[in-house]
Design a protein around this ligand. Structure first.
Ligand code: BYC
Length: 317
């Protein structure tokens, strides 16, 4: 029997994608597709885990028990998202420990947004409203991603993100309707998180090196700029509703396109943060490394227990 040519395998693969048939772990896939998914899903997993830090910072200082319980649940959800996503990378043959080492050694990226500090309680509102809001805009289309395990993980993640976005908006709404000082806190948080939230969608389309191929493979269903625009269009009216001002004096509604037009994004700031020079990059990675060191005894104990159990099972078999 003649060996199947690479060209035939590749054209069958692309034809499945074109017909919206999911690619599953044991299916043939081009190595570049596998590597692109490992890159994107691991960056996504790292973002969830690093993303626990700025909010975890406020659990002990939440203003009341209800807020504390909700924030605690949200941060736990993010740990869960990280775990589904690391599991999804394992279905592609990646090694979780190696991916985590890549993060700790600065070889892997994670979302730029988590390198900004959380200075006040209102930042918990701004993160839920804007950061989770941006995350949903980006992740709902990922539920239709061509790779089955990633698409299925995203369905649950998006349900939880939607709850996160609402809890954030509710915090902002309460502060915006509160005392003048509380309203000022909410406005200050919006001022600091607005531009970093827009940067979450990635470089603009002209400079996004992966978009064209990822769209062809239906890993991405929209470009970075399309999703960023959708986010601006839904978020500006929400700010108006609660009486807060988007920190962009050039922001205007364009009747011709039915979209808001914003000032240009500061891409220099974005790349500085992505390349490790943001306000909190070092602090975030140091915290992750410390968590790994501090958890070593738990992993060692779990391994020792597993070895003991399997020895007992062998003896009693
Ligand atoms: N920050 O060609 P591009 C969350 C990198 S977690 C850092 O457009 P692509 C949440 C990009 O990786 C949110 N790096 O790439 C958690 C690439 O670098 P490499 C995370 C960024 O992949 C807790 C280079 O720039 N969401 O929601 O086509 C609490 C060129 O970019 C960023 C996801 O990860 C950035 N913002 O598009 C609350 C979603 N943007 O790898 C909330 C899944 C770009 O070539 N990921 N880069 O060295 C995606 O949808 C896509 O990967 C992106 C980028 C839209 C982010």
């Amino acid at each position: 029997m003649e060996p199947i040519s690479f060209a035939l395998l590749e054209s069958n693969f692309q034809s499945k994608i074109d017909r919206d048939i999911k690619i599953e772990p044991k299916d043939w896939m081009p190595d570049d597709y596998r590597q692109t998914l490992i890159r994107q899903i691991s960056q996504h997993a790292h973002s969830e885990i690093v993303g626990m830090l700025p909010e975890g910072n406020w659990i002990t200082r939440a203003p009341n028990l209800r807020r504390k319980a909700v924030l605690l649940a949200k941060v736990q959800d993010e740990a869960g998202h990280g775990l589904y996503l690391y599991s999804a990378t394992e279905t592609l043959g990646a090694d979780r420990e190696e991916l985590i080492d890549d993060l700790h050694e600065g070889r892997a990226k994670y979302s730029s947004i988590f390198n900004y500090p959380t200075l006040s309680w209102a930042d918990m509102g701004a993160i839920g409203w804007l950061v989770d809001g941006a995350a949903i805009m980006n992740q709902v289309p990922l539920c239709r991603c061509s790779y089955g395990p990633y698409a299925r993980a995203m369905v649950r993640v998006c349900k939880e993100e939607s709850f996160h976005q609402r809890q954030g908006f509710e915090i902002m709404m309460s502060l915006a309707n509160g005392s003048p000082e509380q309203k000022e806190m909410a406005q200050d948080a919006l001022n600091r998180f607005w531009w970093p939230a827009l940067m979450m969608f990635g470089p603009n389309d002209a400079t996004s090196k992966h978009t064209a191929q990822s769209m062809k493979w239906k890993i991405k269903r929209h470009t970075n700029d399309e999703l960023r625009q959708q986010f601006v269009d839904v978020t500006v009216p929400q700010a108006e509703l609660i009486g807060l001002t988007i920190p962009d004096e050039n922001l205007k509604w364009d009747k011709k396109t039915n979209h808001y037009i914003t000032s240009p994004i500061n891409w220099d700031e974005f790349w500085q943060v992505v390349n490790g020079n943001g306000p909190c990059n070092k602090e975030r990675i140091d915290a992750r490394k410390k968590a790994k060191e501090n958890g070593k005894w738990v992993r060692d104990a779990a391994m020792a227990h597993a070895v003991k159990r399997s020895a007992i099972n062998l003896l009693t078999a």
